[in-house]
Design a binder for this molecule. Structure first.
Ligand SMILES: Cc1cc2nc3c(=O)[nH]c(=O)nc-3n(C[C@H](O)[C@H](O)[C@H](O)COP(=O)(O)OP(=O)(O)OC[C@H]3O[C@@H](n4cnc5c(N)ncnc54)[C@H](O)[C@@H]3O)c2cc1C
Length: 339
């Protein structure tokens, strides 16, 4: 029996993969409706070329491999809002262009003028000056992904919090409890607060994910097929769960600067989540103990949705066979001196 501690997007993906390979699995998570994790707030961008790829080069490979696994993963789960329309990076002012162009160059994206952008996405403001098209970026709806995973594992989810790993009755344990992993393992995982808005209106205003900068305010807009547009996100080094007037104001201002037509949408949700961040902002994947009984899959920070399929594959390999792809080598718990 393998016990997975944490039924967020990482824990459930691992449990699903273990089950697919014939293992006996039980998942522990105290949130009865499963809304306790960062996934419930996350936009679901699958953006392997984002800023984190600059920070840790090894992470870039992991993000790219996982991005390639998503199409098949989504197909196996059913309708989960997986969409390949791509992302339009956009910049409003000359300063925004100067800042964003660095990232676009790094990703090897060709620059587009404002009118080229508007011919792809007519709802963009006439003030948008420049941008780029990232064809390999995708999106998925994390709430639908988790619902599909929970449905496939429903009989094996125990609605309990684990407070002591020693008391878990299982041959192997996988700790995938997001920010809750720190208290269970002592690993250095911190909450990075993010505020996110959900707007609802007529479907079809936007086709692509829009990500960019408006007067120095970073924002992304993730349109769903049903007319929902997810607007995110603040990034704050704190663990409280209060939405703030300032956070909401900044997000709305940037969103409406880029896409004025969103002004008519309903402000349907304001949510706060916590990205599980590590000192190098890369995930922690591997065995925690010399006995190889307890594995960890946590600290996915800004990319836990994107990294779910590769994490599930690597951790299932590790737990079932004792070995894994060398891709995992740069992410072991041992890289942090305090372990
Ligand atoms: C604002 C915001 C926007 C984001 N946008 C994106 C995005 O666009 N793309 C992307 O790839 N990623 C995004 N992320 C990151 C992504 O949501 C996280 O990296 C991902 O959710 C981490 O998955 P997880 O399962 O490790 O943790 P979580 O999703 O946080 O789930 C952890 C689970 O563990 C459970 N748990 C905690 N403690 C215990 C315990 N002691 N016992 C049992 N269960 C426990 C919790 O109840 C919870 O269900 C975003 C995050 C935020 C906050």
């Amino acid at each position: 029996m393998i016990a997975v501690v944490g039924g967020g997007i990482i824990g459930l993906s691992i449990a699903w993969e273990l089950r697919r390979r014939g293992a006996d699995v039980v998942v522990y998570d105290p949130a009865p409706d499963g809304t306790g994790g960062a996934w419930h707030v996350a936009a679901g961008m699958l953006a392997p070329g984002g800023e984190s790829a600059f920070e840790v080069p090894a992470l870039h490979a992991l993000l790219a491999v996982s991005n390639d696994l998503w199409q098949r993963f989504a197909a196996a789960l059913g309708p989960v809002g997986y969409d390949e329309a791509g992302t339009l990076g956009v910049a409003l002012t000359a300063d925004d262009v100067a800042e964003m162009a660095r990232e676009w160059r790094h990703q090897g994206l060709a620059p587009l003028t404002g009118s080229q952008l508007r011919s792809r996405e007519p709802a963009l403001s006439p003030r948008v000056r420049a941008g780029a098209y990232a064809a390999t970026e995708r999106q998925v709806d994390p709430r639908r992904v988790v619902a599909a995973l929970r449905a496939s594992l429903s009989g094996d989810i125990v609605p309990e919090s684990v407070v002591d790993l020693e008391k878990v009755d299982a041959d192997r344990i996988v700790v995938a409890a997001g920010c809750g992993t720190a208290a269970l393992t002592g690993l250095p995982i911190r909450p990075v607060k993010g505020q996110v808005l959900r707007l609802r209106g007529e479907a079809g205003l936007l086709r692509h994910v829009i990500g960019g900068s408006a007067d120095g305010r970073h924002v992304y807009l993730v349109p769903r097929a049903d007319g929902e547009v997810v607007v995110g996100a603040t990034q704050e080094e704190r663990g409280d769960d209060r939405p703030t007037a300032g956070g909401v104001h900044e997000l709305l201002r940037a969103a409406l600067d880029l896409v004025p037509g969103l002004a008519d949408h309903e402000l349907a949700e304001v949510t706060v989540g916590h990205r599980p961040g590590t000192p190098d902002n890369a995930p922690i994947l591997g065995f925690l103990d010399d006995d190889r009984r307890i594995a960890v899959a946590a600290g996915h920070h800004r990319n836990g949705v994107l990294l779910a399929p590769i994490t599930a594959r690597l951790i299932a390999d590790l737990v079932l066979t004792g070995s894994a792809d060398p891709l995992i080598d740069d992410f072991t718990p041992g890289r942090f001196a305090c372990v």
